[in-house]
Design a binder for this molecule. Structure first.
Ligand SMILES: Cc1ncc(COP(=O)(O)O)c(C=O)c1O
Length: 458
């Protein structure tokens, strides 16, 4: 049996297109571009060119943070493309702007906010940029602080915004060190602390309750970067410290959650939310050529980008309609499977004498290193196992991480070095849970091949 791509949604899309067409039935007939025979040929050529991809949609892709969109999101996005709305101004995307406001309100409700200001953005980077731009307006001249495990773009965004950036050390589990943070905030120069709920490399959750304690003592703004981790607020199986952090998410001043990571959306969908809607004043601007159709707030009036794809809002709205963002709901249960998959893989690797695992995953990312006598040897082996797995159809990722993350067994990944290249797996697909045996056995075979061959340390 061979793998088949989901295509029932194509039939549903055809019917939905008929329904869409009925809404425009009073228009006189008109021509327009057609695909044509040559277009069909080009499309087949595109399919050939797309073969040069890892199979991100398949459970044997267990590497980076990539998750296939839900069929309803894919079909709704395609349906919207026939209209191609632009959610900048209401006359460019009337229906899709309404859908965006509804979908964003549902995300805000998940955070715990009725009253809020928010909109979709092209992704996590732009959403974080908007949050830090507002932070810089609220506290001009004060610095941005984020942990060394925060997404690399925070430092770059700060530079773009002309704000100084301070990197805060992490503990041995990749969470922001509260001692190191207090050392910085006590001088009063930090205007905003970025708490990452779900770091990109290892999925660690910064201790938000303790950051909020420091906020009460020293006074600064808190931005939560939950671009990857945000939806885990809905699951029932978090460990107590992560649970406590997600429970306090609503006390942050701003939050970023990316529907194009765990929210089953095609790329091009991040979301920024502000607790205080009055920060909308910083966005105020004139656009005499766009804001003429309605006195109602246009989404372009509360976002830094001008044109924004209405398709992203349509796809997100459809997905949340099908899978509402509620604790105990189907969407939450799917996320629980990802976390269970990560715990299961971590348990398998912990009992495998060839590997050294880091701390147990807080969300659904597992990192581990081959046991070796030096960090250079462990790193070379990680890269060799990554290749050997890929030859067997299993696609993992490699990350350069502090040796300290492997604290219980540091000597076996090479004490003395600061970092080691290790293997990393983001088990984002609910199906991953059914594939752990297969993933572990391919990994074993690959390790057999690599660990019995002499490895030349880089
Ligand atoms: C925690 C976190 N923040 C921000 C980003 C950047 O998001 P994007 O790649 O959508 O711009 C990522 C990406 O992985 C992330 O994991």
């Amino acid at each position: 049996m061979t793998y088949t791509l989901e295509r029932h949604s194509l039939e549903a899309l055809r019917e939905a297109l008929d329904a869409l067409e009925r809404g425009f039935a009073s228009l006189p007939p008109a021509g327009g571009a057609v695909l044509g025979v040559e277009g069909e040929r080009v499309l087949r050529e595109v399919a050939e060119r797309l073969h040069d991809n890892y199979p991100y949609f398949h459970p044997l892709y267990a590497g980076q943070m990539l998750k296939p969109p839900h069929p309803v999101a894919r079909a709704a996005a395609a349906l919207a493309d026939w209209v191609n709305p632009n959610n900048h101004a209401l006359d460019g995307g009337r229906a899709s702007s309404r859908l965006e406001k509804e979908a964003v309100s549902e995300l805000a409700a998940m955070v715990g906010w009725d009253d809020h200001l928010g909109h979709l953005a092209s992704g996590g980077t732009f959403a974080n940029l908007e949050a830090l731009w507002v932070a810089g307006k609220v506290a001009p001249g004060r610095k941005i602080a984020a942990s060394r495990q925060a997404h690399y773009t925070h430092e770059r965004i700060s530079a773009v915004l002309g704000l100084d950036f301070v990197a805060i050390d992490t503990d041995r589990r990749g969470r922001m060190s509260m001692e190191a943070l207090e050392e910085q905030v006590r001088h009063g120069e930090i205007g905003t602390v970025v708490a990452t709920l779900g770091t990109t490399a290892v999925g660690s959750v910064d201790p938000l309750p303790r950051i909020l304690e420091l906020q009460a003592r020293y006074g600064f703004r808190v931005h939560v970067d939950a671009a990857y981790g945000g939806y885990f607020k809905l699951i029932e199986t978090l460990a107590p410290e992560a649970r406590a952090a997600f429970d306090r998410m609503g006390e942050a001043d701003s939050v970023v959650i990316d529907p194009h990571k765990h929210g089953l959306q095609p790329y091009g969908c991040g979301c920024v939310l502000f607790r205080d809607p009055s920060v909308g004043r910083f966005y105020r601007h004139e656009s005499p050529y766009t804001y003429f159709s309605s006195a109602e707030l246009h989404l372009g009036e509360i976002s830094l980008e001008c044109s924004r794809p209405g398709r992203a809002a349509v796809a997100l709205w459809a997905t949340q309609r099908l899978l509402p963002l509620v604790r105990g709901g189907e969407f939450a249960r799917l996320l629980e499977r990802s976390r269970s998959a990560a715990l299961a893989l971590h348990a398998r690797l912990s009992s495998n004498p060839r590997f050294v695992t880091a701390f147990a995953p807080e969300l659904d990312i597992v990192v581990w290193a081959p046991r070796a006598s030096s960090a250079a040897e462990a790193s070379a082996r990680s890269r060799a196992i990554f290749e050997a797995c890929a030859r067997r159809g299993l696609h993992l990722a490699v990350a350069q991480l502090p040796v300290a993350f492997f604290d219980h067994d540091e000597s076996h990944v090479g004490s003395g070095a600061a970092t080691v290249a290790c293997l990393r797996s983001v088990l984002m697909k609910p199906e991953h849970l059914d594939w752990i045996d297969r993933i572990a056995s391919i990994l074993d075979e690959a390790a057999d091949e690599v660990l019995t061959a002499p490895v030349v340390a880089a």
